[in-house]
Write a protein that binds this ligand. Structure first.
Ligand code: NDP
Length: 453
């Protein structure tokens, strides 16, 4: 919701002018900060110590950014060069924590937006984790396993100097799944000659946690259920449009189906599939194998199942549904998509991906007063279970799937409570405001305690 109070509007505009000047051209970073500042500014105007210590200015400047070259050799013996980054954003409440993304679109702006969001998200989990993010413009699509292995090994040669179980603990994100984490961890062991939980999302036989793979998708559905339960409703029987067909989307679909919802769409970067009557477990398993094991395209699902249609180059948001769960990538719901969703009767939007809704789309959801669960709250389940993986590694123990899942449910419930506590507004809950203020306070108070550092 854009501010109607002129004093707040003025302060937001002033702050953003400075930020844009200092970070020229970093549009995704500007967008992520603006979303936070719009809801945080009224709170800051009422809390002088945060303003006097210039917490917001400090919080929007990463602690450091490491940028490095990654050279590797492809299968045809050509020398290839990529760029990689690690953005160590803020470690006031714990080691830097956040995923690595491999995608050709990766640049400093995207990683700063993700790192900034991660600071708030990790704080909301209640676990001792700071925020960071990293990745490379390497495109894993179409590469052989050996090429991916050589790239990961080369990347770790530099990255290993900057990470550690109490320093910075990366995980997966777009383009970085179990295969890549395995290659990265193996190379770390070789370089450091010590076994330590310096990455999360590891395989279960070498220090990974049960339920980590499912955690972001499951957590998103738990958060959705929490929002609905608060108004005496539930996900059971509701129709759900999910975008993406990667790690987050697959397990959001799995948990939605398990809780009795009807999942009618999935997508990838080539288009979306519409599943008439909703997805069953057989279809979901087909998608899981297609994406996780064969790395195929979503159109194949329509070739295989008669009740599935493929819509090339389109997003799923014109399909009328009760709930939308964007689980692919940033800015995949525009203001126009938001209007179409609202006109078709959507009443709940729960974000599995990071910043999937652009600013005008988010304003449209907030103005409509629907249940709108922003990414930093709704998709925090992944990093929460990463935090639990770090605890298990530190204790040299493995917890059961039941134990991890029940801790995940409790964490999502607590995040929901925090959002409600700070987000009550006009008889409803503004979850964007609740998540931003709830995530901010813990980090800001730590920064105040540390003095001017
Ligand atoms: P995956 O790589 O497993 O899957 C990404 C999915 O999104 C794929 O279906 C991919 O399609 C699609 N996609 C990626 N880029 C685009 C694009 N530009 N346009 C359309 N579709 C696209 O990634 P994850 O599932 O891990 O991540 C998805 C989102 O969730 C990201 O925003 C990530 O930051 C966020 N997230 C992930 C967490 C995790 O634990 N993995 C934790 C918290 C947030 P295609 O295969 O065609 O590229």
């Amino acid at each position: 919701m854009a501010h109607r109070n002129p004093a707040v509007k003025d302060q937001v505009a002033r702050f953003m002018r400075g930020l844009i000047r200092r970070n020229e051209g970093e549009t995704q970073f500007h967008q992520a900060v603006r979303e936070v500042v719009e809801s945080l500014m009224p709170f800051l105007l009422e809390h002088r110590p945060y303003r006097e210590a210039r917490i917001l200015e400090r919080l929007t400047e990463p602690d450091r950014v490491v940028i490095f070259r990654v050279c590797w050799e492809d299968d045809a013996h050509n020398v290839r060069i990529n760029r990689a980054w690690r953005v160590q954003f803020n470690n006031c409440i714990g080691p830097y924590k956040g995923g690595l993304r491999f995608h050709p679109s990766v640049n400093l702006s995207i990683l700063k937006f993700l790192g900034f969001e991660q600071v708030f998200k990790n704080s909301l989990t209640g676990l001792p984790m700071g925020g960071g993010k990293g990745g490379s413009n390497f495109n894993p699509k179409g590469k052989s396993d050996r090429e991916v292995e050589r790239f990961c090994q080369s990347l770790m040669i530099e990255l290993h100097r900057h990470i550690g179980e109490s320093t910075d603990v990366p995980a997966g994100d777009i383009g970085v799944g179990a295969r890549e984490i395995g290659f990265l961890f193996g190379q770390y062991l070789r370089l450091a000659n010590r076994y330590a939980g310096i990455l999360t999302g590891k395989g279960q036989n070498f220090g990974g946690s049960l339920v980590r793979r499912e955690a972001t998708g499951y957590g998103c559905v738990y958060f959705c259920e929490n929002m609905l339960n608060r108004i005496g409703d539930g996900i059971k029987g509701k129709s759900v449009a999910i975008s993406g067909s990667g790690n987050v989307a697959i397990y959001a679909a799995q948990k939605s189906i398990a809780l009795g919802a009807k999942v009618v769409t999935l997508s990838d970067s080539s288009g979306f599939i519409n599943i008439e009557g909703g997805m069953d477990r057989e279809l979901l398993e087909f998608v899981r194998q297609l994406k996780e094991e064969r790395r195929g395209r979503i159109a194949e699902v329509a070739d295989r199942f008669d009740h599935v249609s493929f819509h090339k180059g389109q997003r799923p948001w014109a399909v009328p549904v009760d709930i939308a769960m964007p689980c692919a990538t940033q800015n995949e719901i525009s203001a126009n998509d938001a209007r179409v969703l609202l006109n078709n009767g959507v009443r709940t939007v729960c974000e599995g991906a990071n910043m999937p809704t652009d600013l005008n789309g988010a304003h449209a959801f907030l103005d409509a007063g629907i249940l709108y669960g922003p990414a930093k709250a709704a998709n925090a389940g992944g990093v929460a279970v990463s935090g639990l993986e770090m605890s298990q590694n530190a204790q040299h123990l493995s917890w059961s799937a039941h134990e991890v899942d029940s801790r995940l449910q409790t964490i999502m419930l607590d995040i929901h409570k925090t959002c409600v506590r700070h987000g009550v507004e006009n008889g409803g809950v503004n979850y964007v405001k609740g998540a931003n203020i709830g995530g901010f306070i813990k980090v800001a108070d730590a920064m105040l305690a540390y003095g001017i550092v």
